[in-house]
Ligand binder design. Sequence first.
Ligand code: C2G
Length: 129
Amino acid sequence: MKTIITYGTFDLFHFGHVRLLARLSEMCDQLIVGVSTDEFNAMKGKAAFFSYEQRSEIIAACKYVSKVIPEQNWQQKSTDIEKFDVDVFAIGDDWEGQFDHLKSQCDVLYLTRTDDISTTEIKNNLAVP
Ligand code: C2G
């Protein structure tokens, strides 16, 4: 069984997120998604609109996703890869090169981001002028 793991905030779940998860699910039997906790988001300097509980509920409802785990820190990827017998770590190419150190444990894949959509753009477009 081929397992891929990916991580993210996934706030205001949009088609850019969906396309990433869809592409990854095509490549594996099990897709695990680590959803950033609110505390970890603060460490990333991100403030999500939806709470961790709400974001993880949305991701868990996505047909492409097999399992949702909390992403609580930067270091857990290495232990998660062993814990879940992960074959591939994957993430959008906005992170290109940032996780190459994981290549000693599994394959590392950077997928092209979907253009013209981001949580920030959504927030800015909805912001009251
Ligand atoms: N993404 C994408 N296309 C977009 C927007 C996002 O492919 N238009 C991808 C990102 O590249 C990432 C995933 O969707 O792989 C989740 O995006 P974010 O929620 O912005 O993730 P981020 O805050 O970058 O957290 O440890 C890794 C971090 O937790 C990643």
